[in-house]
Design a protein around this ligand. Structure first.
Ligand SMILES: C[S@@+](CC[C@H](N)C(=O)[O-])C[C@H]1O[C@@H](n2cnc3c(N)ncnc32)[C@H](O)[C@@H]1O
Length: 257
């Protein structure tokens, strides 16, 4: 009798183990299959397993970084930035004309906006950001210093809200890698550029592991080119004169030529 009970329990045990094994195997393959999901238009992919600095959304093989919150405004204004990143050299290389209309996209605290505005006295700077708290800082400085050629624009995640064909140069400093909708944003920027207008991107160089910036907040020249060419921009130049960032120049083709 006891022997029969033991045999019965052994049988039940093996059946249970088999069931558990099947469950484990099917759930693993289900997890692998569902880890990569492509959205209906095929532009973006989403992964549940991803870098903690990113949002789990991928564009042309790159994971999009989390947006730097307005709480980090002090970091953008740090004194050491002037010698660590040499922003003045970057601004000199923009080769601005006094009449230029410049869009500073992802303007943050206006670190670049307010260094550029005196150089375009007959033009203006459109300071665009998605965080109203950042634009409030810019509006405060505008008011305090009586600056008349800086306009703030509250953009959408997928739309910079630049009037069509209105801008000579779109500047994106340490910003592009954070765009949640990079393709839509860049198409909006291209539309906002005058024919022949330029896009200048500054991105920390991911080719150099000695640049101590989080991985998803750096980009390679190759990846930037791939993503800009995908929206019809034409690469002009990559100048690596800055200590940590690529300085990449692209042009909107002038189809009237
Ligand atoms: C790292 S900060 C850089 C700020 C500034 N360019 C600088 O170098 O001091 C990136 C900024 O991009 C903004 N940003 C992120 N996604 C954006 C979008 N889709 N449109 C406009 N701004 C965006 C963020 O709100 C943030 O202020």
């Amino acid at each position: 009798m006891t022997k029969n009970i033991i045999k019965f329990l052994q049988k039940v045990g093996s059946i249970l183990s088999l069931l558990l094994l099947i469950l484990a195997l099917t759930s693993t393959s289900w997890a692998i299959n569902t880890d990569i999901v492509t959205n209906s238009d095929g532009i973006y992919q989403y992964r549940t397993i991803h870098n903690s600095e990113g949002i789990g959304k991928f564009y042309l093989g790159r994971e999009i970084a989390k947006v730097m919150g307005h709480e980090g405004a002090g970091w953008l204004e740090r004194d050491s930035r002037s010698y660590q990143e040499k922003p003045q050299n970057a601004i000199n290389n923009l080769e601005l004309k006094s009449t230029d209309i410049v869009a500073d996209i992802g303007a943050g605290t206006g670190y670049f906006t307010f260094r550029i505005s005196p150089l375009v006295p007959e033009g203006k700077v459109l300071a665009i950001d998605i965080q109203p708290e950042m634009l409030e800082l810019i509006n405060f400085v505008n008011h305090e210093e009586n600056i008349t050629n800086v306009e703030t624009i509250l953009g959408d995640l997928d739309n910079p809200k630049i009037p069509p064909s209105s801008v000579d140069i779109a500047l994106l400093v340490d910003t592009y890698h954070e765009f949640e909708y990079p393709r839509e944003m860049m198409l909006g920027i291209v539309e906002g550029l005058k024919p022949g207008g330029r896009v200048v991107l500054l991105e920390y160089r991911s080719e150099n592991p000695m640049i101590m910036i989080k991985g998803l907040h750096k980009m390679s020249e190759k990846q930037v080119k791939k993503e800009m060419e995908a929206v019809g921009l034409v690469w002009q130049d990559t100048r690596d004169f800055l200590p940590q960032q690529h300085f990449l120049v692209f042009k909107k083709p002038d189809i009237s030529l």
